[in-house]
Design a binder for this molecule. Structure first.
Ligand code: AP5
Length: 190
C-alpha cells in the first residue's frame, strides 16, 4: 500500500507536535488514519543505544558526522513504514556550526515525501512558548535569530520541493488558534 507521506516541520516550540496530535485525533474520527513517526525519537533511540547522548535536546550539539549517521539510520527505518505516514521532524537544525539540513539528499531519497508542511507563527509567540515549557532545554533565541531560522526553513523547503516534486504548504499555529491550525492540516491530509 503506497499511502501519503507527509513531512511536518517547524522551529522548536512552534507547536508542531501539538498540532499533529490534534490533527491525528480528527483524522482517526474521519476514518483516515495516519501513522505518526517522530524522526527525532528515532534518532534519539539510536543515539542512546550508541551511548552518544542521554538527552534529546543534546542531539543538535553532536558532531555533524554523528548527526548525519543518525539521520541516515532513522530514514532507513522510517522508509520501511507503509500507508499514510506523518513524519514529525525539522527542515533544518540549528547547531553550533550553523544550520544542518534536516532532510539532506539521502534522507529525501529514502522518504520520498508527497507533501511538506511548515508550521509557523510569529516569533514573539514562539519565544513565549519556549519560555513557558519547563519540560525541555530549549535555545534562548532572539526574535531576529528565530526570524532568520523560519526564513531559512522556507528556503530549504523550496529546495526539498525541487528535489522531490513534493508540494509545500504553510500552516500558521497562532496563539489561541490551535483549532484553525489543526483544521488546515487536516485539510491538507484528506
Ligand atoms: P523533535 O523530536 O522534533 O522535538 P519536539 O519536541 O518533538 O519538537 P519541538 O522541540 O520542535 O517542539 P514543537 O514545535 O513540537 O512544540 P510543542 O508541540 O511541544 O526533535 C528533537 C531533536 O531531534 C531535535 O532537536 C534534533 O536534534 C533532532 N532531529 C529531529 N529531526 C531531525 C532531522 N531531520 N535531522 C537532524 N536532527 C533531527 O509545543 C510547544 C509549546 O507550545 C507547548 O507548551 C504547547 O502547549 C504550546 N502551544 C502549541 N500550540 C499552541 C497554540 N496554538 N497556542 C498556544 N500555545 C501553543
Amino acid at each position: 500500500m503506497a499511502g501519503t507521506k507527509c513531512i511536518i516541520t517547524g522551529v522548536p516550540g512552534v507547536g508542531k507536535t501539538t498540532v499533529i496530535t490534534e490533527a491525528l485525533t480528527r483524522l482517526e474520527q474521519m476514518g483516515v488514519p495516519y501513522a505518526n513517526i517522530s524522526f527525532g525519537s528515532f534518532m534519539f533511540e539510536m543515539a542512546q543505544r550508541q551511548g552518544l547522548v542521554a538527552n534529546r535536546d543534546k542531539m543538535r550539539l553532536l558532531s555533524k558526522d554523528d548527526q548525519r549517521l543518525l539521520q541516515e539510520q532513522a530514514a532507513e527505518g522510517i522508509a520501511r513504514i507503509d500507508g499514510n505516514v506523518i513524519i514529525d521532524t525539522h527542515a533544518s537544525v540549528k547547531t553550533p556550526k550553523g544550520y544542518l539540513a534536516g532532510l539532506p539528499e539521502w534522507v529525501l531519497e529514502a522518504l520520498k515525501p508527497d507533501l511538506f508542511v511548515l508550521i509557523e507563527t510569529d516569533e514573539d509567540q514562539i519565544l513565549g512558548r519556549r519560555f513557558c515549557d519547563p519540560s525541555r532545554v530549549r535555545d534562548l533565541d532572539t526574535f531576529r535569530a528565530l526570524q532568520s531560522h523560519q526564513s531559512f526553513n522556507r528556503a530549504i523547503a523550496a529546495a526539498y520541493a525541487m528535489k522531490t516534486g513534493c508540494t509545500v504548504a504553510i500552516v500558521t499555529n497562532a496563539d489561541h488558534l490551535l483549532e484553525r491550525a489543526t483544521g488546515d492540516l487536516v485539510g491538507l491530509l484528506t
